[in-house]
Design a protein around this ligand. Structure first.
Ligand SMILES: [Zn+2]
Length: 306
C-alpha cells in the first residue's frame, strides 16, 4: 500500500545530500531519444507506481520507451471487502491503471500481501530474472532496496530482489537453462529508485508538469486502495445532505479527477517547489550500463600486427 510520505521528526524539510551534490533536474527530451528501449516498473501494490512514479513512466513512454508493469503482491489486505474480493478488485484496478498509463503488458506475481518477507526470496528473484531477460529490459523503476523508514516488507523485499535480479540477469551461469530456451543473459543498466518515505536519498528531480494529466488518469483507477474514487464518494455523501462542492463538477469522473488534482498531488507540488516546477517526482538514479574499461581502450589503441 502506498502511504504518502509523512515528515519524520528532525527531517522535516531537510533535503538529504546525495554524494555531496545537488540533485539533477530532468526535463522532457524532444525527438523520441529512447526509441527501442524497454523499461519495467516493478511495484508491490496497485497504488505504488501511480503515486511514486506515474509521471516518469508517462515521460519515458512519450520519449520512445516501451513500458511493462509488474506487481509483486496480491493486495489482499486492501480494498475494504473480503480477502478474495480484495484480490479481484485490485487486479481489475491494476489492469485499468496500467492501460491508462499506456503499459504494453502487465505481470502479477500474487505473493501474499504484507507477508513478502516470509516468501521464497530466491523464487521471486528468479522470476524477475526471467522477465528481465525475456523482455531485454534496459531500465527499471522500483523501490530503493536500502531506503530507510520503510515499514512495508513488500516494498523492501521487492526492491532488493529487483536490484539483485538486474545484475544476475546478465550472468550466463545463473539459470543456464534459460539459454537453452533461447533466452539470453541481459544486464539491466539504468535504475530509478522511488522516493517513498521522507528522508530517503534522491539524486534526480523529474519535471512531470507535462505528464500530470496521465498521472491523474492512473490514480483515479486506484479505487480499491489509493483514494482514486474519493471525489465521487465525497460528492455522493454531500448529495445525501442536500449539498454539493463546485470543485467536484457534475459527474463522478470529473469529481475523482478534481479531488486527485486538488488534494492528492501535494508531494509532487512540494518536490517541484525548490526547482520552480509545478509538479516533480524524486528518484535515486543509478547507471550500471557497461562502459569500456581503460584496459580495453588501451588494447584497442595500441595493438599492432604480429
Ligand atoms: Zn505499497
Amino acid at each position: 500500500m502506498h502511504r504518502r510520505s509523512f515528515p519524520m521528526p528532525g527531517l522535516a524539510g531537510a533535503a538529504p545530500q546525495v554524494n555531496g551534490g545537488e540533485p539533477i533536474v530532468v526535463k522532457d527530451e524532444p525527438g523520441m531519444p529512447h526509441r527501442g528501449k524497454v523499461f519495467a516498473a516493478v511495484h508491490a501494490h496497485l497504488d505504488d507506481i501511480p503515486y511514486y512514479a506515474a509521471g516518469l513512466c508517462a515521460k519515458l513512454m512519450s520519449e520512445g520507451y516501451t513500458g511493462y508493469i509488474l506487481r509483486t503482491s496480491n493486495d489482499e489486505r486492501c480494498g475494504g471487502r473480503s480477502t478474495a474480493e480484495n484480490i479481484l478488485s485490485n487486479e481489475q484496478d491494476h489492469f485499468r491503471m496500467a492501460a491508462a498509463l499506456g503499459f504494453k503488458d502487465v505481470f502479477d506475481f500474487y505473493y501474499q500481501n504484507h507477508d513478502m518477507d516470509g516468501i521464497s526470496y530466491i523464487d521471486l528473484r528468479g522470476r524477475l530474472i526471467l522477465i528481465f531477460r525475456m523482455l531485454q529490459v534496459d531500465t527499471i523503476l522500483s523501490f530503493n532496496p536500502w531506503g530507510h523508514a520503510e515499514e512495508n516488507p513488500d516494498h523492501w523485499v521487492t526492491g532488493r530482489a529487483v536490484e539483485e535480479a538486474c545484475w544476475m540477469a546478465g550472468m550466463p551461469n545463473d539459470f543456464h537453462e534459460h539459454l537453452e530456451a533461447g533466452i539470453q543473459p541481459h544486464t539491466v543498466g539504468e535504475r530509478y529508485y522511488f522516493y517513498a518515505r521522507e528522508g530517503q536519498p534522491y539524486n534526480r528531480v523529474v519535471d512531470i508538469g507535462s505528464h500530470v494529466e496521465k498521472k491523474i488518469d492512473a490514480i483515479v483507477e486506484c479505487k480499491s486502495q489509493g483514494d482514486g474514487n474519493r471525489g465521487s464518494i465525497v460528492r455522493a455523501q454531500l448529495a445525501r445532505q442536500g449539498k454539493r462542492l463546485p470543485l467536484l463538477g457534475n459527474d463522478d469522473r470529473a469529481a475523482d479527477r478534481a479531488y486527485v488534482r486538488q488534494f492528492l498531488l501535494e508531494d509532487d507540488r512540494e518536490h517541484g517547489k525548490p526547482h520552480n516546477l509545478e509538479f516533480a517526482e524524486r528518484f535515486y538514479y543509478i547507471d550500471r550500463r557497461p562502459a569500456k574499461s581503460k584496459a580495453d581502450e588501451y588494447i584497442e589503441k595500441n595493438a599492432v600486427n604480429l
